[in-house]
Design a protein around this ligand. Structure first.
Ligand code: A3P
Length: 321
């Protein structure tokens, strides 16, 4: 991958230290172009903005963390590669590799496992890539994007658990629901404001439906096979009649389900390295995998308040949660 020179790295560090920062989450967050980032992630974002060269036939899986990135990576990879990797094959990559490893992030080097940075420029076309970056920070490529969002209440609950698992591992104290809720409602959360991130991709999906497929966690949950068909069509590899007859959509959904993935050793053991310093256990990407778990972690009043804030921010866009 194009490495940065020490001079570039130093300029970047100076630049990052000139940006607004705020405490509250286990890591300080830094604000760049209207969004909040963990410092290491922001380094990757800035590097990607310098060095990433999009191709017209790229497909980018875009999400906010905790909206179901792992699931979308598994589904899109399995659909896109099914002529190469037969679904029933004993050596199917899903059986031995974490879905996070199967699709590399544009801005998070090393997130594909091992210590090697994947050289995105060396990957054959068409590339399947992932990003948590807001649309406004992606190079205007005209490539296809699949965006996955999720009910903000469930996303927040998932985020809180994720942060607290990471903090516990580092020996740090946990964050309370009240604190996380207050910050999230102010739009202060990693990759937040939540609503701005969704809105950018939503508006693009309305303007260019052939270029941006907008999905929700809840719709995959309620009818995964239907989403598999939509994904296949969008990726340009629609299911054939033969595949429909043999239940390919249902089989992909089954292979990528929470139950199947969590039953595999690769998703319970080992870890994902995010950059040189951050290391995340494979199992941390799976918790409950349910819709509506927020009700077990926040009061009705909190839920109403967050719903009102999000409704207000999305007013007039046609996007509803
Ligand atoms: P919960 O914490 O609510 O359980 P991401 O992959 O973007 O980090 O999102 C993680 C969330 O997606 C977690 O939500 C996790 O349990 C859920 N998840 C991971 N794999 C899934 C799957 N195959 N099906 C459904 N949900 C899944």
């Amino acid at each position: 991958p194009p490495m940065s020179s020490p001079e570039e790295e130093r300029l970047q560090e100076d630049f990052i230290s000139s940006l607004p920062s705020r405490e509250g989450w286990p890591q300080t967050l830094i604000q760049y172009e209207g969004y909040w980032f963990k410092p290491k992630i922001l380094e990757g974002v800035l590097r990607a903005r310098r060095a990433f060269t999009p191709r017209a036939d790229d497909v980018v899986l875009a999400t906010q963390p905790k909206c179901g990135t792992t699931w979308l990576k598994a589904l899109a990879f399995t659909v896109a590669t099914r002529s190469r990797h037969g679904l029933g094959a004993a050596d199917h990559p899903l059986l031995t590799r974490h879905p996070q490893h199967l699709v590399p992030f544009i801005e998070i080097p090393g997130a594909t496992g091992g210590d090697d940075r994947v050289d995105l420029g060396a990957l054959p076309s068409p590339r399947l890539l992932a990003t948590h970056m807001p649309m406004s920070l992606l190079p205007p490529a005209g490539c296809r994007v699949v965006y996955l969002c999720r009910d903000p209440k469930d996303t927040l609950v998932s985020r809180l658990h994720f942060e607290n698992k990471l903090a516990a591992r580092g020996g740090g104290g946990g964050l309370s629901m009240d604190d996380a809720f207050g910050m999230f409602c102010e739009g202060f959360s990693p990759y937040g404001p939540f609503w701005d991130h969704c809105l950018e991709y939503w508006e693009e999906s309305v303007a260019r439906p052939d270029a941006v497929l907008f999905l929700r966690y809840e719709e995959i949950k309620s009818d995964p096979a239907r989403v598999v068909r939509r994904l296949a069509g969008f990726l340009g590899v629609p299911l054939s009649e033969e595949e429909e007859r043999s239940g390919v959509a249902e089989e992909v959904a089954r292979m990528c389900s929470f139950e199947t993935l969590t039953g595999l050793e690769v998703n319970q053991v080992g870890g994902v390295s995010h950059g040189s310093r951050v290391h995340v256990e494979n199992s941390v990407f799976y918790r409950k995998g349910e819709v509506g778990d927020w009700a077990n972690h926040m009061s009705r009043e909190m839920a109403d308040k967050l719903d009102r804030i999000v409704q207000d921010k999305l007013q007039g866009s046609g996007l509803l949660f």
